[in-house]
Design a binder for this molecule. Structure first.
Ligand code: ATP
Ligand code: MG
Length: 262
């Protein structure tokens, strides 16, 4: 049975889709069978970020409408054969989608995969509920900015009403130079405020920024963010978290690289 992890945030644009694609890739490269499920229907981007957008034949709405089986809608990643993406609908067909339909797709896929990563839409309304109902674990993504942290807090409190076996934080777009000069909140202080463990800290990355501007795909990201995603994947896989003892060591490794802009 697959682990079903929803990647959520409340606030939009904090890096859920980026994280879903990168984490999926790392888990798959480590030999796991992974499917990325895009339930951000209508505003979906996972296909672009994973570079499969021109290879989609069927999408999740086609599966729901019985036009194809879930297996037929899966698109295999070119570089990582154990990574698959179940794309969302191109057109805004959200009215045709209900939670039960998605849950039955997830149940079906569960039998053949190790991980199902669910890319959740922003907000806390129907799209969010739909994504969360399919999962039994959650990664809450926030940036070190007050509005994102407030939304993460709101999401954490909603998730506490769900039967999640594991809820943890990923803090994205961290600038260690700002953290050190006290111009950005320290990720470990954020975690303490939110009363959640940290699974990963992802630095602000020029490669991610540039890639998303040029062709949208994460294919050409090779900087320190990759190391951070690798660490995140290892933590998720082994059920481990970062703690204050890791603070120095972790930051020391990425320090020299993540700070300086060209
Ligand atoms: N660590 C990072 N460094 C630099 N840019 C990043 C980083 N993480 C994400 N981004 C950029 O931030 C933008 C938003 O990321 P993304 O689409 O993954 O967010 P999202 O939470 O899925 O958004 P939405 O709520 O709209 O679905 C993208 O342009 C992405 O390339
Ligand atoms: Mg997204």
């Amino acid at each position: 049975m697959a682990r079903r992890i929803v990647i959520t945030s409340g606030k939009g644009g904090v890096g859920k889709t980026t994280l879903c694609a990168s984490l999926g890739q790392m888990l798959a490269k480590n030999g796991n069978k992974v499917v990325l499920l895009d339930v951000d229907i209508g505003l979906n981007n996972l296909d672009v970020v994973t570079g499969i957008d021109n290879r989609i034949i069927f999408d999740i709405v086609d599966v729901i409408e019985g036009k194809c089986r879930p297996k037929q809608a899966l698109v295999q990643d070119i570089n990582t054969p154990t990574l698959f993406i179940l794309p969302s609908a191109h057109t805004y067909n959200v009215g045709k989608v209900n939670t039960k339909d998605i849950i039955s797709i997830v149940n079906y896929l569960s039998q053949n995969f190790d991980y199902i990563l669910i890319d959740c839409p922003a907000g806390i309304d129907l799209g969010f509920q739909r994504a969360v109902f399919c999962a039994n674990e959650a990664l809450i993504v926030t940036t070190p900015h007050i509005s994102a942290i407030r939304d993460a807090n709101k999401v954490a409190s909603i998730l506490s009403n769900f039967q999640m076996t594991n809820i943890s934080l990923v803090i994205n777009r961290v600038r260690q130079d700002f953290v050190q000069s006290n111009e950005m909140l320290n990720p470990f202080d954020i975690a303490e405020t939110l009363k959640l463990p940290i699974s990963g800290i992802i630095p602000e990355s020029d490669d991610i920024s540039i890639s998303s501007s040029i062709n949208g795909s994460l294919e050409n990201v090779h900087d320190e963010s990759q190391m951070a995603f690798l660490k995140l994947a290892s933590n998720v896989h082994n059920g481990k978290f970062l703690n204050n003892d890791n603070k120095q060591g972790f930051f020391q490794k990425i320090k020299n690289n993540l700070i300086k802009r060209k």
